[in-house]
Design a protein around this ligand. Structure first.
Ligand code: ATP
Ligand code: MG
Length: 379
């Protein structure tokens, strides 16, 4: 243990044996510690309340309040919880030591112990504490930065959304020839402007959505709904996209109604994301199925496609934000790798599960499982 490392540390020695206090005080002061002493747990608690303590050496057998009770008091106070404590045991049983360690003591030494071992253990404990403190500080800082980043993202996205909406609106206006007819070339250009602005708008909407979901501010509007009905609505809404790519697009609800307690708009968002992925990554002339069925305690939505499948090594990152695999859209559709992250977030909020079965070259099947209404809420 280097002098520099331990110099500013205050050690509190708690022992009812004055001779032991003398020995430990001598050993610690000669190695640069400031030393405070207490002969009872009560006295020690006052010392801890008065001055910042770097390390505590605690005898378990104390008159009045026991060493274990002292530990409990110390560890129940958030301001004192991280002070490292080393137990100096004499006649205590292994159970006592085990209990002290379970209550948050960091280490123990059996009396009589050598001066070298005592100082080495304290040094190791302090080094560990330093690392722990550093880690905690970095974590706190990371959380703060992450929150700042989400707030910034959501602020910027919000501000970008307004002009993008105007661009889409005015492009529509021009395409509908409200300001006079456009020639073919002009109409094509305005159409490109509209499509590009819409793609950016969808990115911005997804960014805002991810930030909202991550912040925990989203509240579900739960109500009884039919999973088959929700899926069918999404299926109907996405048929034009399937037709454009000449994809055979089928819907089935083999068990009829599937009662679930959900926020239907959010579940629709889940279904739309999965269907749009299936249509996006399946080549022209392929097949996409939307199936809904019941299992004993859950309703399941399954979107199956005959697309390229997902390489096994890329499966782990599918549901992470901004992660895309090497599988690319087949007709120039846009995307930023946010859809599946949003899906996972919403399904988790419903206490459901989402998973995928896929193999390279053999298509993909995405499953969403939600608790049945009878199970989720028996009333
Ligand atoms: N049905 C699928 N078949 C093959 N690959 C898929 C399928 N669904 C998703 N993927 C892969 O997973 C990646 C992540 O999907 P995700 O929906 O999160 O993002 P995206 O569709 O690329 O963009 P966004 O959803 O933000 O528009 C996709 O980029 C694609 O590589
Ligand atoms: Mg997607």
């Amino acid at each position: 243990m280097s002098e520099k490392e331990v110099a500013p540390t205050t050690a509190l020695v708690i022992d009812d044996d004055p001779e032991m206090i003398l020995i430990l005080r001598h050993s610690l002061t000669t190695h640069g510690f400031e030393v405070l002493t207490a002969q009872s747990a009560e006295e020690a608690l006052s010392a801890v309340a008065e001055a910042p303590i770097g390390v505590i050496i605690l005898d378990l057998m104390l008159p009045g309040m026991s060493g274990i009770d002292f530990l409990k008091r110390l560890k129940s106070n958030p301001a004192w919880r991280s002070i490292p404590v080393i137990i100096a045991t004499a006649k205590e049983s292994a159970e006592d030591v085990e209990l002290a360690l379970a209550e948050g003591a960091h280490d123990y030494l059996k009396k009589p112990f050598s001066n070298i071992e005592f100082l080495a253990r304290i040094g190791a404990m302090l080094r560990e504490k330093k690392l722990r403190d550093k880690l905690e500080n970095s974590n706190t800082e990371l959380l703060r930065l992450c929150q700042m980043k989400d707030e910034f993202l959501s602020m910027v996205s919000h501000d970008i959304r307004t002009p993008l909406n105007s661009i889409v609106g005015f492009a529509d206006f021009l395409l509908e020839a409200k300001m006079g007819d456009l020639n073919e070339k002009q109409a094509r250009m305005v159409d490109v402007i509209k499509k590009s602005a819409k793609a950016q708008l969808s990115l911005v909407e997804n960014l805002l959505e991810v930030a909202r979901l991550n912040s925990g501010r989203v509240v579900l509007r739960l109500r009884q709904a039919d999973l088959a009905g929700i899926a069918q609505e999404c299926y109907d809404g996405t048929r034009p996209s399937a037709q454009k790519k000449n994809i055979e697009f089928v819907f089935s609800a083999r068990d009829g109604m599937v009662p679930v307690m959900v926020d239907d708009q959010r579940i629709c968002q889940v279904a739309n994301n999965l269907i749009s992925n299936a249509l996006k990554f399946t080549p022209r002339g392929g097949r996409v199925e939307v199936n809904v069925f019941r299992e004993p305690t859950s309703g399941v939505l399954c979107i199956r496609d005959s697309g390229p499948g997902i390489p096994e090594e890329e499966m782990v990152k599918l549901f992470n934000r901004f992660e895309q695999t090497r599988i690319k859209a087949t007709a120039g559709e846009s995307g930023f790798g946010l859809g599946l992250a949003i899906v996972k977030n919403i399904v988790d909020m419903h206490n459901g599960q989402v998973w995928v079965k896929s193999r390279s070259g053999e298509g993909s099947e995405f499953f969403v499982q939600l608790p049945l209404k009878e199970i989720a809420s028996p009333d």
